[in-house]
Design a protein around this ligand. Structure first.
Ligand code: C2E
Ligand code: CA
Ligand code: CA
Ligand code: CA
Length: 279
């Protein structure tokens, strides 16, 4: 037992060392990712369940790091948050997405709301609302075309501060949605005070919606609660026709997922939008 224990311990530290080394590589790589133009933004369509048409896009960051291989956002976003690099990277994503939304409007494509993920670190910057307003102004996009996706976590540490920031964003006409809704145990009383406009039902509840009675019940409860609070709902991670039909029957407003499209390069997204305009 002793020997096995010691062996386990050595194995454990080796794995930890490897992880720490990788983490360091990721952070160091990220420092230069912007100037080396290794970052790009892809766009995933959001579709109205009423009309079947594209009504929004979620901007998702991609990093092509030649020296590291594929690094998923699930790996590099937390590293960017810990190192503070998320401030400059997040700023860049926001500007790219806002600029893209403006270009599509200028091209006469059907108007859509551009959703951008905001990290809790960015959310705590004191003058975030005026920074966002500044980017919208410089790129010439009216605020109603932008939506900021926040997780329930942003409010956990400092609910009063979060309410103040959200009120300022709301007063500037910028919409906010709660991402991964249902995973963070938000209290309903908070939801009322937050100036939120949309709930994004987490994909972990959507995955087994057709077979799991509990997931079904959770999704229905979220949709009904949102409706009674006057909030819009969108389901994430919709992969099958069955899931889509269920959500539509339950009067969920919108959906997003591989069933419609994966996150797309701007040109691909634009082709999809123009096909829709012409149909
Ligand atoms: P998220 O905001 O919850 O984004 C949804 C994730 O689900 C995306 O992963 C998307 O590609 C994936 N997805 C979409 N449809 C489906 C589906 O039908 N099935 C499945 N299995 N997955 C689907 P991605 O792009 O790898 O991003 C992962 C996370 O990284 C995001 O989760 C978000 O938290 C974070 N992230 C990505 N881009 C940014 C960014 O620009 N800023 C910040 N702060 N976070 C970002
Ligand atoms: Ca999101
Ligand atoms: Ca999500
Ligand atoms: Ca997530």
């Amino acid at each position: 037992v002793k020997r096995a224990g010691r062996h386990d311990f050595r194995f454990f530290t080796a794995a930890m060392q490897q992880r720490a080394a990788r983490h360091l590589q990721v952070v160091n790589g990220l420092r230069h990712a912007l100037e080396r133009e290794q970052l790009r933004v892809v766009y995933q369509p959001q579709v109205s369940l009423k009309t079947g048409r594209i009504c929004g896009a979620e901007a998702l960051l991609r990093w092509d790091a030649p020296e590291l291989g594929a690094v998923s956002p699930a790996e590099f976003i937390p590293a960017a948050e810990e190192s503070g690099l998320i401030i400059s990277i997040g700023d860049w994503v926001l500007r790219q997405a806002v600029r893209q939304a403006r270009r599509w409007l200028d091209a006469g494509l059907p108007p859509l709301v551009m959703a951008v993920n905001l990290s809790a670190v960015q959310f705590r910057i004191a003058d975030l609302p005026s920074q966002v307003a500044q980017i919208l102004y410089e790129e010439g996009l009216p605020p109603e075309y932008l939506e900021l996706e926040l997780t329930e976590g942003v409010a956990l540490q400092d609910p009063q501060g979060a309410i103040a920031t959200m009120t300022q964003l709301h007063d500037r006409g910028i919409r906010m949605s709660i991402d991964d809704f249902g995973t963070g145990f938000s209290s309903l009383s908070h939801l009322k005070k937050f100036k939120v406009y949309k709930l994004k039902i987490d994909q972990s509840f959507v995955r087994d919606i057709s077979t799991d009675v509990e997931d079904k019940a959770i999704v229905c409860a979220i949709i009904n609660m949102a409706r009674s609070l006057g909030l819009t709902t969108i389901a994430e991670g919709v992969e099958t026709l069955e899931q889509k039909e269920f959500l539509r029957e339950q009067l969920c407003d919108e959906m997003q997922g591989y069933h419609i499209a994966k996150p797309l390069a701007p040109e691909e997204f634009e082709r999809m939008l123009s096909r829709q305009r012409d149909s």
